[in-house]
Design a protein around this ligand. Sequence first.
Ligand code: BGC
Length: 776
Amino acid sequence: MNKSINFRNSFIILIALVLYTCNTETTSKSSTDNPFASKVDSILGLMTIEEKIGQLNLPVSGDITTGQSQSSGIGKKIKEGSVGGLFNIKSVEKIKAAQKIAVENSRLGIPLIFGMDVIHGYKSTFPIPLGLSCSWDMELIEKTAQVAAKEASADGVNWTFSPMVDISRDPRWGRVSEGNGEDVFLGSEIAKAMVKGYQQDDLSKNHTLMSCVKHFALYGAPEAGRDYNTVDMSRIRMYNEYLPPYKAAVDAGVGSVMASFNEIDGIPATGNKWLLTDLLREQWGFDGFVVTDYTGIWEMMAHGMGNEEDVVSLALKAGIDMDMAGDSPSASAAYVKSLKSAFEKGMVTEDEIDNAVRNILTAKYQLGLFDDPYRYCDIDRAKAEVFTSENRSFARKVATESMVLLKNDNQLLPLKKSGTIALIGPLATAANNMAGTWSVATDQEKSVSVLDGLKQTVGDQVNILYAKGSNVDYDLELEKRATTFGKTIPRDGRTDQQLLDEALQVAAKSDVIVATIGESAEFSGESSSRTNLDIPQVQQDLLNALLKTGKPVVLVLFAGRPLTIVEENDTVPAILNVWFPGSEAGLAISDVLFGDVNPSGKLTMTFPRNVGQVPLYYNHKNTGRPLGNTEGKFEKFKTNYLDVRNEPLFPFGYGLSYTTFDYSNLKLDKTSINMDGELTISVDVTNSGDYDGMEVVQLYIRDLVGSVTRPVKELKGFEKIMIKKGQTQTVSFKITVEDLKFYNYDLDFVAEAGEFEVFVGTNSSTGLKSKFTLIN
Ligand code: BGC
């Protein structure tokens, strides 16, 4: 029976192909550069308007159960041809079952595309993206995407909603955890590496995923850091400071783009034709498909863009191809719900619908799904290739590179592998929190907690004592909100005082205290904005009590964003920021604490002193009234605050090592270059401490005079190198006119002749300095 249906489908498609070759009137505009155009148009020719709209539908699948999918609501919709793809279904068996319905039981047998939020690894989970970005290691980052693609595609997935490249300068916004921090140059490099890692050179290979860059655009700049809030930004800022990472992903060949929830220039991104068509397709040449974010079309009604038919028409005309989750009961406006009536009323044309369908069918061709719809459904592969020991040890290495050593007085770290350690804090045993936010596929309980990690690595040399010490927060309701999605940290039945007393007893027996405190995993991520960026008060109280014992305290700080830790920085001798390190967290933390790995992570987001300084970022403008001193002394009528100095607590690019690096001999091979010239900048970096170590050498420039105001510094290059103790390495950077270009007032991408300062150093606030001139 199934075979005959398959045969019938192939037959219909064949006929269509024949028809197509005889009738070129149906040829689309894109057919000249799309190798699948004729095939796609042939299928289009067979489709009813309902089936076309069905291809645009990406419904919430829930967690379909194998066997039941045949009869479930979603199974029926697939059979009717009203589904184009599904997302976040876990397991190859379930995906295969759903694909079978599409291919064997729907009229045209068009395969489904299967998406998932594979954000920082699949089951072998890497650090949250903000942490990963702190590795500044593009090869490593690309490989994380490659490993994620291999695991996810082995489990049936062929499309990932990643990378998230939204620049953000506001740590109140919980989704900074999912991005690459505040810098546009680094963010663009990471965008490229991720797309390359996921897609490699052939999307139709069964170990690659189609990537979806998100959230287009400017989602990281919501007013007051509140998720989904209004964004309002000048074009010049957009072009220079926020758009380049999306463009880098497009230039790297990303297959799809997700529209953001926010508005841009008063029109929601989902309905913004300037954004999705003029800029994305016409200026940047993007030729993949565009998907909404979750219920984005429906949300345009709340934005005040009209009724159901108005918003679907707006989305389609703007350039939205696929509608994510519009089919969910909560959304009353969706392509499957209102596009047909909008079409019947003449609000959209069939050509507009066809264009969207074309983009989706083309993606399915690119993924090889028409050749073999089960290409990603090899059940044996799933068993052999997911959460392997090889991938897990890679994840452990990556995690060590993401950690940032913020403070290390008197070389308290690394710890000795002897004596007694008191491991204290609510995060110490919370295996399910280690992967952090947006870890959809992770088996949370299989992650390695800090306690288990220490036991496994140094348990036979070090006496490890443990106490919880406190709950996550005094406020039970806040704690519940911050420990959702399977990331519960059970509330302890004991009182705060009892928890504290136990911790102090344990601490009394130790030589050193390791305090594992900070945010729980869901304190950051989507819909997790905060107005207070302190460590929760109950954990601060615990930390202060531990400090009072007089024992040395190492703070292992868990965070999904920069936190305000001025007081902790004053009082705690050693602080290791571990973000959320992924499935191998405990092992990686142990590697760094005991010096098996020397930390090398550098912050990609500024740590403010307090929330009032936000947004705070290194590449700001100078203003007409800059401060005249660098000591942070208040100056009346200059740009500063009465109550806090301007500088952050830790600047962009900051991070310590167990060793020290000295910079010397900054050289420029010329003092001026022409518009077609090239400048070589070199510097000597010496490892002057006692450990081998990796250093991220950073190059910044300043364009001193411009036709528009220019930032006080901009990252233009970086190099991560391993230097053995006592050795010196020379690092060179090349600068051409391309590196000096920016968008001017007319939004032309230009370099302007004049003087430039150069800074090379270990972070954005210190470095050796020189100058050169760009000549016309
Ligand atoms: C998020 C996206 C995500 C999508 C699908 C949305 O709520 O904003 O980043 O890809 O859900 O899970």
